[in-house]
Design a protein. Sequence first.
Lengths: 350, 138
Amino acid sequence: MTGRASLSLSPGLPDTIMELVNQALTGNRRALARLISQIENDGALVAQALAEIFARTGRARVIGVTGAPGTGKSTLVSEIAKAYRRTGQTVGIVAVDPTSPFSGGAILGDRIRMRDLAGDPGVFIRSMATRGSLGGLARATADVTKILDAAGYDIILIETVGAGQSEVDIARTADTTIVVEAPGLGDEVQAIKAGILEIADVFVVNKADREGAANTVRALEAMLDLGTAPRATQSAHHGVTINVEPVSRNSESEPAWRPPILQTVALEGKGIDRVIEAITRHQQHLANGEGEVRRRARLAAELEVILRETLLRRLMAGLAPTDVTAMVDRIFKRELDPYTAAQQLLAQQA
Amino acid sequence: MDKKIRILIAKPGLDGHDRGAKVIARALRDAGMEVIYTGLRQTPEMVVESALQEDVNAVGLSILSGAHMTLLPRIVELLKANHLADVLVFAGGIIPDEDIPALKAAGIRGVFGPGANTDDVVRFIREEVERQSDTETR
């Protein structure tokens, strides 16, 4: 696919991807919205466009907000956006909600809590369905973040689906990850389980006016006191990983980052200033070296995903659909195991 | 290709009852569509801005307050002004039969009152959106 591929777009929008990108990057919000749809619908079609804009990315600060359903992520995102708007910075928001595994449909309701941001030309909000991705984000989220970055948004806020324990993709997409907790959701054992708590750069205990907030803070403090595992610079996502040479760090090792635990009542805008301050401090910490380590790890993970998709697409292009169906039949009849079948399909293609 | 029909369901105006809107949102979700639900008390400007940012195929407006003759044509007008004339607009809620011809003339392509069958709404949207994309490719 090339960037010159013709699109069937609506009246008033350009009919090539590159022209759509140009308009999106020069402030045409409708072109931006349509480009995001194109990325969601067919990543391959826009690959060349993304390649061309990549050099213009990397300027925005990307902040992820994750946590269990009902902890107040959308309200918190809205309040954080308002705080940045008061300083004159523009804000792009990507809010992800789950796709129904049964119908393929979705109800995307995050805008309900972002009503205060309506009518502000310095804010662009996009709701996104996961469309089958399981890591808490949609496949297209990282690419959409790049587009918003290249379009000049200073701050990009990504809200994940209501996440439980293993939806940790956000840590590979955001510079700073905020994990939102609310009182009364679990005991200390929940707090020492692996997963989402380990990716926090900032903890927010929201709904802090409710009973049990102090206990939640205490459980998180106790967890942090046990020490945190060193953050891996590579991701073991699907069993295979790309090994990246670790970059040399400054010899004067800076102190490790301890995630602050902040209390907010997002609905009343309470405690938001301290969240912004913590984000700023974390970004300064990243600037001292760790940010580079993380960005390299992120790029390695991204390269791996693209390689995987490209290889699979190339393989499938060389096979007739009937080849695959025939193989599934043989596996179904237990004539063949899936591992050998995969090897045979690969050999057939070569 | 993983193309989905995207729909904005909005409640313009001041009434605070969104049960009908939620029933429709749920039915469209179950039909495999992506439904962006905006919540209560949206101004026409807010509805149109959301439709633009979300790049929707259709906007469904639920209105029970009696202000439909003012708010619905205003939303169609604003959509046109924002180059979103190709977005399908339909409405539901408490809308007297005698108002429907005027609303259709104003560009509201479907009106679904209480007791409307959700299957009919789904079929209506599918047909209209398909027709829209047919004319676009030409």
